[in-house]
Write a protein of this length. Structure first.
Lengths: 68, 361
């Protein structure tokens, strides 16, 4: 499963980065790849079954703190 | 940034699709019990001034979206901080809509399918739509809205037979307080979410004062009123409360001469058409914001990573349907009120003060 995810990410990145590379947009490539790597890490963690802390719980804590 | 323009008609249609989408599968403002219709009418009144503020932004800053306005009004530092908050909000709203999709499909239709599969299909479509730009989404909407309105009319007409007017009575039985609670909930979802359009709409083909928001608000409000009234009339409050997706349950009851039956797929169709628009709008707003934040000219290159991140957030944020429903009922109204009412008012005051100051100089 993990390999399929990594493969899919590489395919998507390949097609999109080539377009940016031809236009020589360095900054765009940096931002694109850094965001892709973050989401790749999250996807792999999810596929292994690691529990990632949800932002919903965090928001809930803040809201209950303010309303009470 | 090279902006493509849409017409007023397309703008109104996009607002209708956006509003009707995920609100169609729930009864919005169920806290008001049988007086849901009163809550919706009240919300339309309360939402009107806020919507007029967005219209004023459109009129004052033609060709600029909310992120530009923030940077012009509050300067680079504070403007970027508020921009980040709005980027997070649109990103999160998109993931919530996707989550509704996942829940609806897994509860109603495909029970055994992993949740990621329908989500990936939908987000792929949205990414493609956003990459083509607002103009293409607008033209698509003009065709799609037909497939949204006609099933709705068919459903309402076929259900007239099983309606019971006693389900609406007694009016104002518990006093005004539950209605105000319901109004608050309806404002948070879906009326206040119109703030998303202040980040999306920039230029229109026609000249003159844009009246897109008020027309869209009134038309979609009427549609939502009809849908919710139908659901309450057919099911009654007590049954409607226990279902996660009451409209699916409502349409299931259609049975005309043992021939026209099981047409609940129409609800899925309506939800799908509207939902894709909603996800696309959120994705468009988020990617525009990120591009503006880092001073890029074009937003198109960043759409795919944000879309995939949205799916990730969708999968990790809630564990079950119950958890999500509880969260949206208890936390969402208060949390979204910051973005839907408080911040827009602050921005509006800032814009007006700034205009006065600049003129006096």
């Amino acid at each position: 499963m993990t390999f399929i995810i990594i493969f899919a990410y590489i395919v998507v990145c390949y097609f999109e980065v080539i377009k940016l590379f031809k236009n020589n947009q360095r900054k765009e490539i940096t931002l694109y790849l850094s965001m892709m790597i973050i989401s790749l890490v999250i996807s792999i963690l999810l596929s292994i079954g690691v529990k990632i802390p949800s932002p919903a719980v965090f928001i809930q804590k803040i809201v209950t703190m303010i309303t009470e | 940034m090279e902006e493509k323009a849409i017409t007023y008609r397309q703008g109104v249609i996009l607002i209708i699709l956006f509003m009707v989408s995920s609100a169609v599968i729930f009864i919005i403002g169920i806290k008001a019990k049988q007086d849901v219709w009163l809550a919706i009418v009240l919300t339309m009144l309360f939402a009107l001034p806020i919507v007029l503020m967005y219209e004023r932004f459109l009129y004052l800053f033609p060709g600029k979206d909310l992120f530009d306005i923030l940077q012009i009004t509050f300067g680079k530092g504070l403007g970027k901080i508020i921009s980040i908050m709005y980027i997070w909000f649109s990103f999160h709203l998109g993931s919530l809509v996707l989550r509704n999709f996942g829940n609806f499909i897994s509860v109603v239709g495909l029970n055994e399918t992993p949740e990621a599969v329908p989500l990936l299909c939908i987000i792929a479509l949205s990414i493609a739509a956003v990459k083509y730009g607002i103009e293409v989404i607008g033209r698509w909407g003009e065709i799609a809205v037909v497939f949204l309105i006609i099933p709705m009319i068919i459903i309402v007409i076929l259900l007239i037979d099983s309606m019971d007017i006693n389900n609406l009575k007694p009016i104002l039985y518990n006093g005004i307080k539950p209605i105000l609670k319901g109004t608050f909930a309806v404002f948070a979802f879906p009326f206040g979410e119109l703030v998303m359009f202040s980040m999306v709409f920039t230029t229109f083909k026609e000249k003159g004062i844009p009246k897109v928001y008020r027309k869209g608000l009134i038309l979609s409000g009427i549609l939502l009123l009809i849908i919710n009234l139908t659901m309450i009339l057919v099911l009654g409050v007590n049954i409607a409360e226990i279902h996660y997706f009451p409209s699916h349950e409502t349409v299931r009851r259609i049975n005309i001469g043992d021939f026209i039956q099981r047409i609940e797929i129409l609800v899925s169709l309506i939800f799908l058409i509207g939902g894709i628009t909603k996800v696309s709008m959120c994705l468009l707003a988020a990617s525009k914001g990120v591009a503006k934040l880092f001073n890029f000219k074009d937003y198109r290159f960043i759409v795919t990573p944000i879309g995939i991140m949205m799916v990730n957030l969708t999968i990790l944020s809630y564990e079950s349907v119950m958890e999500m429903q509880k969260w949206t009922a208890e936390v969402w109204p208060y949390y979204s009120f910051l973005f839907q009412a408080i911040l827009p008012i602050i921005i509006f005051v800032g814009v007006e003060v700034k205009r006065k100051m600049v003129k006096s100089i």
